[in-house]
Design a protein around this ligand. Structure first.
Ligand SMILES: Cc1ncc(COP(=O)(O)O)c(C=O)c1O
Length: 451
């Protein structure tokens, strides 16, 4: 049954999960706190909302992690091929089990995981892959590394996710795959994207680099398409500095991923494909394994805190949290993302709002300043010798001319987000500080002109 799209506010209002409802019911009403009104903004010399308090650190270091690294160091097993039961193969089994997937291949980064999948699917020169302009450069690097063409489709500006209608418009006879990105760790409209892929016989690689443990329609993100990829770079909610993983249920395809990531050499030692060397090392896996036991509890806490924060911000027209699609159950809350609506702040630009909130003791970020359609790689490809051998001049001109993503531009202009891996592990009082800082600035927006 087709359901209407939900804003996060509506989602919180209708969510059946007991925790969300319980948390929301304890929230103070938003935008109605008279004590915040007529308060002097901290940036103009007033009292800050939050002073002399720190946020939970991220990445989170504990004795288990330190002990695991020491143990691996002393073991002398530093590389996955030294032992079948080393930390990398063990992590692969545990991570697959945590996500409800049959197989996992660990890599040295999320970008490496995505590139491995592109190669394993046989996508290469002359092929096209459709993805988002609003993502980490690693997403398109994985396609460019295979000398394929990353074709960018515009966003749904309220969810910051790929707009499935725009994806369908970008399909050509050379399109081989769609690489949907679950931005901010929340599900993109995967149901519609999977349907489009089935209709046009395209592969799908989920870029779940930000979306550890997030759930959509009863499944974990990264496990819905045949291949899903994760990043464990330091800022992510499961982290080891640099690291990545591929998950999937198709044994033959996952074996191919193993072979590609192992310089083309299969599990039986036969070199049979072209591939880079992208193996995760034993230290990275030791750090990850030591985190898995606590990851679910941290995930629950971030979801509870996010629900509280969203309930506190409800009704503030100037700050609109990320829209969630039907079927969204939980998110990783790697980032807590909101749109700044300047029309509700007397047209004051976002930079002044962010400065004022920072002075209240809460740091929000504009995040990605320009969509990837506005980066110089586009001209580089159009002029690169190699690409002009692989794609017609007409196609490359069209590719450049179609790099027009107005909704992505709007998202880049409006984004005001919190790096949430650490802060969302805080207390309810920490969440109230975030909401109070934002709402104080909103209530006293007349003062922003003097900032
Ligand atoms: C959406 C997305 N895709 C891909 C990547 C690339 O992952 P890595 O940095 O581990 O290579 C990232 C990393 O931030 C990401 O956020």
């Amino acid at each position: 049954m087709k359901q209407p799209d939900l804003t996060r506010r509506q989602f919180i209002a209708t969510a059946s999960a007991g925790t969300l409802a319980a948390v929301a019911s304890t929230a103070r009403p938003a935008c109605a706190d008279v004590t915040r009104k007529a308060a002097k903004l901290a940036i103009l010399g007033g009292e800050p909302v939050r002073q002399n308090k720190s946020w939970p650190e991220w990445p989170h270091v504990n004795d288990e992690i330190v002990d695991a690294v020491v143990k691996t160091t002393r073991s002398g097993i530093w590389c996955r091929i030294q032992a079948a039961n080393g930390t990398v193969p063990t992590f692969e089994k545990e991570y697959a089990r945590l996500l409800g997937s049959r197989f996992c291949v660990a890599t040295g980064s999320g970008t490496q995981a995505l590139h491995t999948c592109v190669e394993a699917l046989g996508i290469g020169p002359g092929d096209e892959v459709i993805t988002s302009p609003y993502t980490d450069p690693g997403t398109i690097a994985s396609i460019l590394s295979a000398r394929a063409l990353p074709v960018l489709a515009d966003l749904d500006p309220a969810s910051y996710q790929l707009d499935p209608g725009e994806v369908e418009k970008r399909i050509t006879e050379n399109t081989r795959a769609i690489m949907p990105v679950h931005m901010m760790g929340q599900p993109c409209h995967l149901e519609r994207i999977m349907a489009i892929a089935r209709k046009h016989n395209l592969a799908v690689i989920e870029d779940a680099a930000q979306a550890h443990l997030s759930e959509y329609q009863g499944k974990k993100l990264g496990t819905i398409a045949p291949l899903g990829c994760f990043s464990f770079q330091s800022s992510k909610t499961i982290a080891c500095g640099e690291g990545g993983a591929i998950v999937g249920d198709d044994e033959a395809l996952m074996d191919r991923c193993y072979t590609v990531h192992n310089h083309g050499t299969n599990r039986r030692g036969r070199t049979e494909l072209i591939g880079p060397k992208y193996r995760m090392n034993e230290f990275e896996a030791a750090v990850l394994l030591a985190q898995l036991a606590g990851a679910q509890e941290q995930f629950r806490r971030r979801n509870q805190n996010a629900a509280h924060l969203t309930a506190r911000l409800a009704g503030c027209p100037g700050i609109v949290p990320q829209k969630l699609y039907p079927g969204t159950a939980t998110g990783s809350f790697y980032l807590y993302a909101m749109s700044y609506k300047r029309e509700h702040f007397n047209q004051v630009d976002r930079a002044r709002f962010l400065k004022a909130v920072a002075a209240e003791g809460v740091s929000l970020s504009p995040y990605i300043e320009r969509g990837l359609h506005r980066e110089p790689w586009v001209d580089h490809i159009v002029n690169a010798k190699g690409y002009s051998k692989l794609y017609s001049a007409r196609r490359l001109r069209q590719f450049r001319d179609e790099m027009d993503c107005p909704n992505c531009d709007r998202v880049c202009e409006e984004m005001a987000m919190l790096w949430a891996s650490g802060p969302l592990l805080g207390t309810v009082s920490d969440m109230d500080d975030i909401a109070d800082a934002i709402l104080k600035v909103y209530e006293n927006r007349d003062q922003l002109e003097r900032v």
